[in-house]
Ligand binder design. Structure first.
Ligand code: SF4
Length: 378
């Protein structure tokens, strides 16, 4: 794996969108303000999505002045949007230090799924993923993970509402565990974005300590594991994380993950021709998943010039699915959405994004940032 230096943005004063509600309660009490102010501020930040203290009209003027001096509120800004023929929209988002990430809106019947990022770039080096070619630029802060929802919501049309959230954008969420957990707490807080944890899925390549921490956190969110191979030999080659945590250890950890009643874990399996798509692979997969309440998402590889693998034939994909289904395993073929705009699974990589549509969402400099637009779209 390539060594990278991880920079964090220089925030001079606390960004209130980084705080979970209990953290905000403690912080506000430390300023000598009544604790209930935290709930008022949290609702302004996340429910009403206001990022200017002067607009928080139920706070006394003295408190607003104190906040101006002691804190800031960052905003994830939608800089460009691309729309796919299938209705998928990919947003290029700018962060307060000029870093760029992507998030995707995927409509499907009555569902509108937001696919969000947890890191700018990724260090995991999966051989079938374009994001891996960026390497890791830096971890996202809680404000930047949960803030993607605010940015996505500002790009919705009339009557549209995000119904589901998946952590399947750029980055490995469990490699940025602390920020991911805080963002989840903000997303599900009643005073925050109030999403049901049942509608949130965290996807991992198998960072075992992170899976265990998520289990202990007891948030009730769904877990998806990107499995992709059925032997350590092949998985070591495709996913360097497997050299650290073997398939056996990973599946044991999945078995121990506390699933709420009637809930299933998801296993993602990116199908690549002559790599992991044989009937022996399908049989081995069944053996590996034995005893885990789960469903399998089969994702035919999204080919790209930078990726040295090919998508299997339709016949192969369906034959693989049938073997799983005949054994009673729920297996769906997930045709990736937004392929024409590189928004599909494993295709998010900022450098490869042509900016052909500018959104006119104004960006308000806060948290010490003067110019965002200048580094974007150039
Ligand atoms: S598949 Fe996920 S974890 Fe692997 S390199 Fe791509 S973004 Fe990172």
């Amino acid at each position: 794996m390539t060594a990278v230096s991880v920079r964090m943005p220089a925030v001079q004063v606390p960004d209130l969108r980084d705080f979970t509600l209990p953290e905000l309660v403690e912080w506000i009490a430390g300023l000598g303000e009544p604790r209930y102010r935290a709930g008022q501020i949290f609702r302004w930040l996340w429910k009403r999505q206001v990022d200017r203290f002067e607009a928080m009209t139920d706070l006394p003027a003295r408190c607003r002045q104190l906040l101006e001096a002691q804190a800031c509120v960052s905003r994830v800004a939608a800089v460009a949007v691309q729309s796919s023929r299938d209705g998928t929209r990919k947003l290029l988002l700018g962060l307060s230090d000029g870093e760029r990430i992507e998030a995707v809106l995927i409509p499907e019947g009555s569902r509108l799924t937001a696919c969000i990022s947890s890191q700018a770039g990724c260090a995991m080096g999966c051989g079938f993923c374009l994001t891996a070619t960026m390497n890791l630029h830096r971890n996202l802060r809680p404000a930047e993970i949960a803030g993607q929802l605010v940015a996505l919501q500002s790009a919705l049309g009339p009557g549209e509402r995000v119904t589901h959230i998946v952590f399947m954008g750029m980055g490995e969420p469990l490699a940025n565990y602390a920020a991911t957990e805080k963002a989840l707490r903000i997303l599900i807080a009643k005073e925050g974005l109030a999403f049901s944890p049942r509608r949130i899925t965290v996807s991992t390549v198998g960072v075992i300590p992170g899976i265990r921490r998520l289990a202990r956190a007891g948030l009730g969110v769904n877990l998806a594991v990107s499995l992709v191979a059925t032997t350590d030999e092949v998985r070591n080659r495709l996913m360097p994380i497997n050299r650290r945590y073997s398939l056996r250890e990973l599946l044991q950890t999945c078995r121990e993950f506390p699933l709420p009643p009637r809930r299933r874990m998801t296993f993602e399996y990116v199908l690549m021709a002559d790599v992991n798509d044989t009937s022996e692979d399908a049989e081995r997969l069944l053996g590996l998943l034995k005893g885990i309440p789960c469903k399998v998402n089969l994702i035919p590889l999204n080919e790209a010039p930078e990726i040295p693998f090919r998508r299997p034939s339709r016949q192969r994909i369906e034959a693989f699915q049938k073997i799983l289904q005949r054994a009673g395993t729920i297996a769906t073929i997930r045709e990736s959405r937004g392929q024409d705009i590189s928004a599909a699974c494993g295709m998010l990589a900022v450098a490869a994004t042509p900016l052909d549509t500018q959104l006119s969402i104004p960006y308000t400099p806060q948290c010490g940032v003067e110019q965002l637009g200048s580094s974007l779209g150039s």
